[in-house]
Design a protein around this ligand. Sequence first.
Ligand code: WT7
Length: 643
Amino acid sequence: MRDLVQRPEGTASTHCTAEQYDAMYRQSLANPDAFWLEQAQRLDWSTFPTKAGEWSFDPVDIAWYSDGSLNLCHNAVDRHLADNGDTVAFIFEPDSPDSPSRSLTYRELHSEVVRMANALKAMGVTKGDRVTLYMPMIVEGAAAMLACARIGAIHSVVFGGFSPEALAGRIEGCESRFIVTADEGLRGTKRVPLKDNIDAAIALLDANSPVDGVLVIRHTGGKIAMQDGRDHWYTDVASDADCPCVEMHAEDPLFILYTSGSTGKPKGVLHTTGGYAVWAAATFYYTFDYQPGEVFWCSADIGWVTGHSYVTYGPLLNGGTSVIFEGVPNYPDHGRFWDVIDRHKVNIFYTAPTAIRALMREGNDWVTSRDLSSLRLLGTVGEPINPEAWRWYYEVVGKSNCPIVDTWWQTETGGHMITTLPYAHDMKPGSAGKPFFGVQPLLVDNEGNPLEGAADGNLCITHSWPGQARTVYGDHDRFIEAYFSTFPGRYFTGDGCRRDEDGYYWITGRVDDVINVSGHRMGTAEVESALVLHPKVSEAAVVGFPHDIKGQGIYCYVTLMEGENTSAALTAELRQWVRKEIGPIATPDHLQFTSGLPKTRSGKIMRRILRKIAENDYGALGDTSTLADPSLVDRLIEGRQNR
Ligand code: WT7
């Protein structure tokens, strides 16, 4: 096969060779309890667990390490102080390259986290409380996550790009009475009005879900309103008082993270303490083959799970050095990523295919003009990577001597699930590779029949793993419905996937009504609900279509209320409306007005047809005979926007 790229040779300190992988993978399936109890030794426990997995997918009930107890902040920060207090934990690279960057040792991070934890306590936060974090990519964001973990509060990080409306839903959804934010964020030349958005979100909340405290970090110094009694400047309430780590049961909740599904509102995916920590620590260690002293940079925002597991927890649980980058790839110019790597001598760089494609398009000079010789390993995450972008990343960025790990996983999986290991597996551009330890993928056809060998099907996982989400916060039925009902007894990922003759997995994309826009997960139903909230809109159907840079773009079909007229102005208004309801990442790329949506006689929208038209591939629409109004199809094709 032409597309096999040989792995580099490892060194004596390589964590996993080909032989080790085979043996360990086999052991992880044959005796998962022994395997995961051994992996649990990566952490310091107050009480070491005697049990590993106790789970069932039917009925759905998942626990790991249930009789163990530990504190995650202790593991990420405090335990490194004795021997590695002077090791750099975080390198902060600000939005503007002209502003100073900042390094924090583990000792300095410890002080920051203690101050933050005391500030939370001063507002009244106690164990089990939910705390919403709405932060720019600054050290205080990660410190706030760790501070919550320290005192046993449950963090719910909401990406700073979400609108007040979306934010309000996520505050209300988990009845969070406390918020940590900053005055403003910076993204390139733009200021993000974080505190103003918080105020707007709180104004939208139901009177019986009040917010008691808002902790505000002064970042840009921009002017904001502070409400007496509710809003507190961080520096006013922070203190250096002793603040011990609270002992937590392994199954105590650690965080909630909202993510989109194929139906309804975003789900608050819940992760617990012990299993998640083992998963974040072990995947970081093996996938990146992390070596002490190396500088690791994951470009994701802490508002996504990638930022949770590979900006904050994974690196720190391994005593590593992690870069926190506030800016964007194209400011002040298209060489910014490569500048950051050059400036901080980054050894391991982990980013999304959409960023790679966007930078590839700007030409090689941006890359070759920087010294990237510190790089040892590259990673991608978030969506399938097309082989051209893979090649460019490998050859131009990695100079053909850095292995690439293409890591497939999800918010719900807590960390990597399918990926090559850099010194154990040869690479195939576009394939995520092999299952991580303990992960048992199963491909099934649409009826749920298992497919053996080389096959193409729906990707399920048959056995629980420590990092698995335990529930949807406050709605276990929804958890069961979303992940365990399509193929009973199995965790269904929502992804389509092919397994080749070598046992490599190739993710083919979502098979449900979720689309992946620039590596961000978006429920088409969410965009539809936003559209129909507009008084002039009667019905909406939203589908994804292939987009050169974003991977997928958002295509909306809209029918208007009786008597309303279509216009370019209304198109612009509706695009703006969706931005306001959800956030800029949900901005429709195309919006097509139509007199009706293609429905079956029983009223079900035929999305297959809408997808084909959005893809500009209307030659093969398949069977349209079940449509209530077959003539509609020609009118839809006629009015298509993606030409
Ligand atoms: C969905 C999960 C996990 C962190 C980022 C996204 C897609 C993720 C890959 C990959 C192909 C991928 C899947 C998955 N996805 N990584 N390496 N190759 N597809 O997390 O928002 O929970 O989205 O992202 O479709 O289901 P998320």
